[in-house]
Design a protein around this ligand. Structure first.
Ligand SMILES: [Zn+2]
Length: 207
């Protein structure tokens, strides 16, 4: 596993740019970009009541469908205060550039656009599961293949693995949140309120 360390360190250093990047939109700017009203729970309750097919019944990994086959987690949740997982192809470097990213579960695409800076193309999906709401966030994507405001099912390809316009070696930064619609954040924090360990969450909620 020693050969993984330089990649993880590199990612750590470069991902730190997320927190400091001046191009990262403020909460207000992000609010303007989303199509969801502030009374979001009413909105989502109505949405999923009308479209029960898209209520999640379990989750899979977003790469190497469905079990992350061929990928490794180079920087796990809370390591270096990381708020997500960094999924990299086992080939290292940019060998995974352009590989498919899949929705971890049924849900509603609530954000899908390039916010540049340390984030690049970001997709945020709202999942209703066992009566609770969760959000999955996929960052640094090379391409986005879903539209904001569309429904997806588990395993739907939503984009491809990217490097945030050349900022990093290609990898997927995946966050899973149990507090939906929070600010985009900085990717790193000692305060993990609202964030879940993605791998633990997926492994505990397969179907
Ligand atoms: Zn990351």
């Amino acid at each position: 596993m020693k050969q993984l360390i330089p990649i993880a360190c590199l990612c750590f250093l470069s991902c730190q740019q997320i927190a400091n990047n001046k191009n990262t939109p403020t909460s207000e700017q992000r609010q303007q970009k989303t199509n969801v009203p502030k009374n979001s729970f009413v909105f989502f309750d109505s949405l999923f009541t009308n479209q029960p097919t898209y209520i999640a019944s379990g989750f899979d990994f977003p790469i190497g469908k469905p079990n992350a086959n061929g990928y490794y987690n180079a920087q796990k949740f809370t390591v270096n205060d990381h708020l997500g997982d960094d999924w990299n192809g086992k080939g290292g470097g940019n060998t995974d550039l352009g590989d498919p990213i899949y929705s971890i579960g049924n849900g509603y695409v609530n954000f899908a656009e390039d916010i540049e800076g340390g984030w690049g193309n970001v997709i945020r999906i709202i999942h209703k599961y066992k009566g609770n709401y969760y959000e999955s966030l996929y960052a640094h994507c090379d391409t986005i293949s879903v539209k904001n405001g569309s429904f997806v099912t588990k395993g739907t390809q939503i984009g491809t693995i990217g490097n945030a316009h050349g900022t990093y070696y290609a990898h997927l930064h995946l966050e899973i949140r149990d507090s939906i619609l929070m600010d985009i954040g900085g990717g790193y924090s000692k305060n993990t309120t609202g964030y879940l360990d993605p791998t633990k969450f997926i492994n505990s909620n397969r179907n």
